[in-house]
Write a protein that binds this ligand. Structure first.
Ligand code: 4NP
Length: 151
């Protein structure tokens, strides 16, 4: 079983999309995907309506997800922890207890060769267009991830 955790700041915009997109591409029952945010602002809330709507456009339903906060036990519960940006990386690494925890944490766009970006930008304060851009970035990153996971 490979357990993957997608992490952003609020767990309402980017990581719920990353979770939904990756789940939609996975055919193996041996892969589990979840998401969390480093901040507590939105615990228990549904994903941002703009994330729900861009996901729906591509036939992915993320409406059942509820935000939760990343915590140190997630290092034990997950094998790979994918963060969206440098700030998420710092926030997660700060909680790591040892090198084995740290080794699990990667930036999701590090998976994309020839990508002009190394962060998935926070779309929260932007318009609808930002969510489409985030979707496309995550879709490409998840394609690469699935190849690595499923061979
Ligand atoms: P996310 O976006 O990290 O992609 O879920 C954000 C959601 C909420 C806030 C910031 C980013 N916020 O400041 O409330």
């Amino acid at each position: 079983m490979t357990r993957i955790l997608m992490v952003c700041l609020g767990n309402i915009c980017r990581s719920p999309l990353a979770e939904g997109i990756l789940k939609s591409k996975i055919t193996s029952l041996n892969i589990q995907v979840d998401s969390a945010g480093t901040a507590a602002y939105h615990i228990g809330k549904q994903p941002d309506p703009r994330s729900v709507s861009v996901a729906r456009k591509y036939d992915i339903d993320i409406g059942d997800q509820r935000a939760r906060q990343f915590n140190v036990a997630d290092f034990d519960r997950f094998d790979q922890i994918y963060v969206m940006d440098h700030s998420n990386y710092q926030n997660v690494i700060r909680l790591a207890r040892h090198d084995n925890d740290k080794r699990k944490v990667k930036r999701i766009l590090d998976h994309l060769q020839n990508s002009p970006y190394d962060e998935v930008p926070d779309p929260y304060y932007g318009g609808e267009n930002g969510f489409e851009k985030v979707y496309q970035m995550l879709d490409r990153a998840c394609n690469q991830l699935v190849k690595e996971l499923q061979g």
